[in-house]
Write a protein that binds this ligand. Structure first.
Ligand code: MG
Length: 385
């Protein structure tokens, strides 16, 4: 295949699975970027021969450059490097799979350059959704969802009329703590939260899945990707992670997309759209599962989802504030500085403490994000939990 792909976040969970797809279908890699994993990025560069690579962490730049000195590859560094790759239209599509709000500027840069995006960086849409979608429309840039739920919805919309959509059903596995009480969650440690029952993912998204913040972020992501109101999004707990999401049309027909819980399916769909090619995963056997279950989420125990829904209902910078607060709180939880329930508490308090403002520019997003981060850092430092 002739398709040329650039990947931001190539050494992460999504990035490495994307490269499995690239390898299988003989796609071309134009550029690769990683946070700080020099070993894996070097290996990927030797296998996939990109023209440009970028390491985000400035301290690792010289080492990477030296290790790749025998190859005809340009080595870039930092946010400037990510944005140079994002603006490089020698690629046909940019897979943005970095974690956190750091992905927003590269997304906006790719849009300005007119480069289509396979988007796995959900924080981009949570923090700057209005900006990203209006810019994408203005530059006629396509955004292909990589998140399994949003890929499912995108797939269910094919061949139907968008204006006849009634609502979407966003499925959630419920994470490792489904059915637990708040009292039980108080003593949860990072190692417990990092054990997800169905999906194999990076640390940030695994913690977000255990608090249901991941579903909150996806709720907001869906709102922007598919131009929905919060009332048009129903979250349903589906423990088996087989129905990846569904859409309901005006005639009350529900169309769902199903498959084994393997990110390679949505990654491949985003990279090869509209083609459906053999995928390096297992087929789904419905009889192996036998029973599929669906339940309402417990918003009183998992307050992060409730906070996300209220943040997008408030609008403006509120989801950005929630996202920034959550990023800092998750990091603090992973470091053992705060308890599990404090993640949700800090996100909720930040949304209510920091006044909502209208987003007009990237700078507005970054300012709100920074306010949220310092709010949470101060709250943790002062121990006012
Ligand atoms: Mg997901």
């Amino acid at each position: 295949m002739e398709k040329r792909i650039s990947i931001l976040g190539s050494t992460g969970s999504i990035g490495t699975q994307a490269l499995d797809v690239v390898r299988l279908h003989g796609l071309q890699i134009h550029a690769l970027a990683a946070n700080r994993n020099v070993d894996v990025l070097e290996k990927q560069t030797r296998e996939f021969h990109p023209q440009r690579v970028c390491i985000y962490d400035a301290a690792s730049y010289l080492e990477l450059k030296q290790r790749l000195s025998d190859l005809p590859v340009e080595v870039l560094c930092g946010m400037d490097g990510l944005c140079e790759i994002a603006a490089d239209t020698h690629a046909d599509v940019l897979l943005n799979s970095v974690v956190g709000i750091v992905g927003l500027l590269p997304t906006l840069t790719a849009i300005s350059a007119g480069l289509d995006i396979a988007l796995a960086n959900k924080e981009t849409l949570v923090a700057g959704g209005s900006l990203v979608m209006s810019q994408a429309a203005a530059h006629h840039v396509k955004i292909y969802p990589v998140d399994s739920e949003h890929s499912a919805i995108f797939q269910c919309l094919q061949g139907n009329r968008r204006e006849q959509l009634h609502k979407i059903i966003l499925t959630a596995s419920g994470g490792p703590f489904f059915g637990k009480t708040r009292a039980e969650l108080r003593t949860v440690r990072a190692v417990d939260a990092l054990r997800h029952p169905n999906w194999n993912m990076g640390n940030k998204v695994t913690i977000d899945s255990s608090t249901l913040m991941n579903k909150g972020l996806e709720f907001i992501e869906a709102k922007w990707l598919f131009d929905l109101t919060p009332e048009q999004i129903e979250v349903v707990i589906h423990r088996q992670s087989v129905v990846h999401s569904a859409v309901e049309y005006q005639d009350y027909s529900i169309i769902a997309q199903m498959g084994v819980p393997d990110m390679k399916i949505p990654i491949q769909y985003a990279l090869l759209y509209p083609d459906r090619m053999p995928c390096p995963t297992k087929p789904l056997s419905l009889t192996d599962y036998g029973t599929l279950t669906f339940e309402k989420p417990d918003l009183e125990t998992f307050t992060c989802l409730k906070t996300a829904i209220s943040a997008i209902t408030i609008g403006g910078t509120a989801p950005c504030v929630m996202n920034g607060a959550n990023e800092v709180a998750v990091e603090a939880f992973l470091q053992g500085e705060i308890g599990f329930l404090e993640i949700g508490l800090l996100a909720q308090r930040a949304v209510h403490a920091i006044p909502q403002e209208t987003i007009r520019s990237y700078e507005d997003v970054i300012r709100a994000d920074e306010k949220a981060r310092s709010y949470v850092r101060e709250a943790i430092a002062r121990g006012i939990l």
